[in-house]
Design a binder for this molecule. Structure first.
Ligand SMILES: NC(=O)c1ccc[n+]([C@@H]2O[C@H](COP(=O)([O-])OP(=O)(O)OC[C@H]3O[C@@H](n4cnc5c(N)ncnc54)[C@H](O)[C@@H]3O)[C@@H](O)[C@H]2O)c1
Length: 297
């Protein structure tokens, strides 16, 4: 994520410095960016990467203690820049806990692949100031992204809450023997998946009628999975070392090369969709939460 996000900034003409605790990862990232014709500078430490930055974007592994320590270091090194975390689900407020200026810590949740997916969630921690929100929305608008404001620091923000509500039910259907794993994906890809990029759930509820939506919810919600924790089936697979593509088997079989093929298939699909629908905010929805890029510039 860090490499690709740095690439978006470099492509927009920003002066970019990158740092990674693993020199080999840093070297790979810089080479890959250079291969795409994108130049970034390299810093030798956390303070050096942060010192003069208007915007720092953190994309280290998803570990709260590590991120807290890192943000304390960033805070000490740079007193005025926006300090953004790319966490997927950790609370922004907790990540800022060891800083002296939590008002300028904000979530910028980029989606993978970050150079292709247009939308970035801008997450307000409990102490994030309005000015930090505005500055962050402005920077992302300048990069050509579609920033949306998430006004409460709820785990998973907006997109991942929706995504994992679906994944929980998907796993429950398999665990309950309703259908096999491949069938779940076949149904999603060939029904709701075909529609979602054009019509989100709120517009779709309005479109079919809220009376129908109410009637459906009366019947189906009581039987939809609402376990408060991960599925026992998921725990069992992980305990058995069946981690998915990286181990060759998860819910599905992943022969050598299948992960790369799937990643390419996904990137090609996103690229085609964006080519055919370049304005991702189009549709019968209010765009009040998004930014007018021209205004920000
Ligand atoms: N992969 C995704 O699809 C995705 C999507 C959205 C958000 N995120 C979030 O982005 C962040 C990074 O995810 P990723 O998938 O790119 O992880 P990754 O493991 O591929 O990369 C993390 C990098 O952080 C480096 N690192 C670890 N500790 C460090 C430290 N103390 N200082 C500097 N660098 C350090 C590692 O060497 C590694 O190169 C996570 O918070 C993740 O939840 C990931």
């Amino acid at each position: 994520m860090g490499q690709r996000i740095a690439g978006v900034l470099a492509a927009a003409g920003c002066d970019v410095l990158v740092y990674d605790a693993d020199p080999a990862a840093l070297d790979r990232a810089v080479r890959a960016l250079a291969g795409d014709g994108l130049r970034v500078g390299v810093a030798g430490s956390v303070p050096a990467v942060a010192r003069d930055a208007d915007l720092v974007i953190e994309a280290v592994v998803e570990n709260l203690a590590l991120k807290q320590e890192l943000f304390a270091e960033l805070d000490a090194a740079n007193p005025t820049g926006v300090l953004a975390t790319n966490t997927s689900v950790l609370p922004v407020t907790a990540i800022a806990a060891r800083t002296t200026r939590p008002g300028r810590v904000v979530g910028t949740h980029w989606w993978n692949p970050p150079h292709l997916i247009p939308l970035v969630e801008v997450v307000r921690g409990e102490h994030t100031t309005g000015e930090t929100m505005e500055r962050t929305v402005g920077y992302l608008g300048y990069l050509g992204k579609t920033p949306v404001r998430v006004e409460k620091d709820v785990p998973g923000f907006v997109g991942n809450r929706l995504q994992h509500a679906l994944w929980r039910e998907a796993i429950a259907l398999v665990a309950g023997g309703v259908c096999d794993a491949a069938t779940v994906d076949l149904v999603v890809r060939n029904t709701i998946g075909l529609r979602l990029a054009q019509m989100g759930p709120i517009e779709n509820a309005d479109y079919v009628g809220l009376d129908l939506t109410l009637a459906i919810h009366e019947t189906v919600l009581p039987s939809i999975n609402r376990d408060p924790g991960p599925s026992p089936l998921l725990r069992d697979l992980v305990a058995a070392g069946q981690l998915g593509a990286k181990t060759g088997r998860g819910f599905l079989d992943w022969p050598p090369g299948a992960r790369d093929t799937a990643g390419q298939r996904l990137a090609d699909h996103v690229t085609r969709q964006l080519r055919d629908q370049p304005d991702t905010t189009a549709g019968n929805t209010t765009t009040g939460n998004t930014t007018d890029n021209e205004e920000i510039r």
